[in-house]
Write a protein of this length. Structure first.
Length: 277
């Protein structure tokens, strides 16, 4: 087997990749890293380069072949180089250098979305990525990260999305007021998810109002949604707690709300196809 092409931690490629751990450099270069076979497999259309250890290239020959077929350069690297690029404790031998892929908010509105997740004041990157994954699984048409939320391309967000970041349109840096105004103008009902909401999700489902185009606003992990954001919504809805649990975490509540809307929409309008972006 040929010797790895990237062997020095001081290589310009390695240094440039490592700098992408910082948000300022990601924004300047409009590049981010995707680690591991699942993320790289989903990222092929957005890759600039792929870095892979010889061992990982053998174990994931199908992924490397797909990257080659897409005309993307593949460079072999030592385990030490991949570890230097990675944010994970145990790197899996593949790191993809990707282009930014966020979608202009106006383009999302033009697509007449029926189900949207709006992340307002979400600061934990793992939660942001997990909600993105939930939205993808529920068949949402888009995700919006407000200007008060975490960076979409934070390595923890990318990892937590498990490839879903590459599947559906995501708008970033949108003020929550602008997001609500635009979605409402596109005929979308705005629901704020809050444990202290005056509407009950079960009651909303029973009432038959959940089949309309809907955007769910999800708030901060610790203190939920501020009153001024709650006031923007058409209704503030709580997920009912039928057992003794004190509350649900953000990602779990988001999954429940998004699936409730998805089920109601399919019941009222038939099963919608889900397409990858």
């Amino acid at each position: 087997m040929a010797a790895p092409e990237l062997t020095s931690l001081r290589s310009p490629r390695v240094v440039a990749a490592r700098r992408l751990a910082k948000r300022s450099f990601r924004g300047k270069e409009r590049r981010f890293l995707a680690e591991g076979p699942q993320s790289v497999r989903e990222a092929v259309e957005h890759l600039v380069e792929l870095y892979v250890t010889p061992d990982a290239a053998g174990r994931h020959a199908d992924i490397v072949a797909a990257v080659h077929a897409a005309g993307v350069p593949v460079l072999t690297a030592t385990d030490e180089v991949i570890a230097e690029m990675s944010e994970t404790v145990t790197p899996q031998g593949l790191v993809g250098l990707c282009r930014f892929l966020d979608t202009p908010f106006e383009e999302i509105l033009a697509g007449r979305p029926r189900l949207v997740a709006v992340l307002a004041h979400v600061r934990d990157p793992g939660n942001a990525g997990t909600v993105l994954r939930c939205a993808d699984a529920a068949g949402a048409d888009a995700v919006v990260l407000t200007d008060a939320s975490v960076d979409l391309y934070n390595p923890k967000s990318v990892r937590a999305s498990v490839g879903s970041i590459f599947h559906l349109p995501v708008a970033v840096g949108v003020p929550v007021e602008e997001a609500v105004r635009g979605l409402r103008g596109a005929g979308v009902r705005i629901l704020a998810a809050d444990g202290a909401g005056d509407r009950d999700l079960d009651a909303e489902l029973d009432r038959g109002t959940m089949g309309d185009p809907t955007a769910w606003i999800f708030g901060n992990e610790a203190w939920g949604l501020p009153e001024e954001t709650r006031a923007l919504a058409d209704a503030v809805v709580r997920v009912p707690i039928h057992g003794k649990a004190e509350s649900l975490n953000l990602a779990t509540a988001a999954a429940v709300c998004l699936y409730a809307s998805a089920r109601a929409q399919r019941a009222s309008g038939g099963c919608r196809s889900v397409t990858s972006s």
